[in-house]
Design a protein around this ligand. Structure first.
Ligand code: ADP
Length: 290
């Protein structure tokens, strides 16, 4: 299925072609017998591109409407799941406290399993709710990315110290975007860079490049890395490459990040070598708010 990013890329390619055509120098003298042919060819090209652009716009609109309905569905379902989940949690707690010492080992073990599973379900539902809320009630503001990184580093202070992580940030730009979402984006990539560490303490570098219509950021780590055939999968919701016993988490963080970069008119991807490290790239459009 085509994704928003695929369509955006198609859009960009079409716009680029139209730009090239607009830049054609019509003042150049073309021999008369070739003139009609050249203009006809250009007219045909413009028609074809126009048709392609129209098709892509229709496809993009349909996809956006399907995504919106899906998001609403996820939000409503996860919201409604919270109530029965609270009931399960509170009755499991009641059973455990009021029947303490009265149950045999097997019953206690079953209770512990129920409690663990319902806690995990609570975390998943809460992540789904957050996912549905991305971009809701957000307003565009001017953001200094150095400040965002500093705030994230402060928030992750305990994790950073526990893992003896070193974080180096180059000079980052000021841009227009959604503050809360960008904070979450950086926090998630940074905390993953620390969590999925190798034997050596994490060494993480944050940098940015001016990429014409986008700001392109890179967060590089020296962690366990990701095999090539898994590098797309990790951006899908609830997709994880490791069991919960090896690394804690629900597998929604990078799906969140993907949705945020789309909201910011950009994209996210990874380049990685197993056992060497990963480079997470993301872009933010410079056109936001214009
Ligand atoms: P979670 O961290 O909860 O598992 P994410 O969506 O943030 O969920 O990440 C999905 C998966 O991608 C992780 O489970 C892990 O396998 C892989 N991953 C993410 N970041 C890194 C990283 N910096 N290095 C190695 N693997 C990573």
């Amino acid at each position: 299925m085509a994704t928003n990013s695929d369509n955006d890329r198609k859009f960009d390619a079409i716009l680029e072609k139209l730009g090239e055509m607009a830049a054609l120098d019509f003042s150049t003298t073309i021999p008369t017998d070739e003139e009609d042919n050249s203009l006809n060819a250009i007219a045909m090209g413009v028609n074809m591109l126009g048709q392609e652009l129209e098709n892509t716009v229709v496809e993009k609109t349909k996809l956006e409407s399907t995504n919106k309905k899906l998001e609403e569905f996820v939000y409503i379902t996860s919201h409604d799941l919270q109530e029965p989940l609270r009931t399960i949690n509170s009755f499991t707690d009641l059973l455990a406290t009021q029947y303490q010492g009265k149950l045999d080992d097997a019953a206690n073990q079953y209770l512990a399993y129920i409690s663990e599973a319902s806690n995990r379900l609570r975390d998943l539902v809460s992540d789904l709710l957050d996912f549905g809320r991305i971009g809701q009630n957000s307003t565009l503001t001017t953001i200094n990315m150095n400040d965002v990184v500093q705030n994230v580093v402060n928030d992750l202070n305990q994790l950073i110290e526990e893992n003896q992580a070193k974080i180096k940030s180059e000079q980052l730009p000021e841009l227009v975007g959604y503050r809360k979402e960008i904070h979450f984006l950086i926090q998630n990539i940074l905390s993953n860079a620390i969590k999925f560490k190798n034997e050596t303490p994490p060494l993480i570098t944050i940098s940015a490049n001016d990429n014409m219509r986008f700001w392109q950021f890179c967060i590089e780590d020296n962690g366990i890395g990701i095999a090539k055939d898994q590098q797309q999968k990790i951006f899908q919701i609830f997709q994880r490459l490791h069991g919960k016993k090896d690394y804690d988490g629900t597998g929604i963080g990078l799906a969140h990040c993907k949705k945020i970069t789309e909201l910011l008119g950009g994209d996210i991807w990874v380049e990685s070598t197993p056992k060497v490290g990963s480079k997470f790239y993301f872009t933010i459009s410079k056109q936001l708010g214009k």
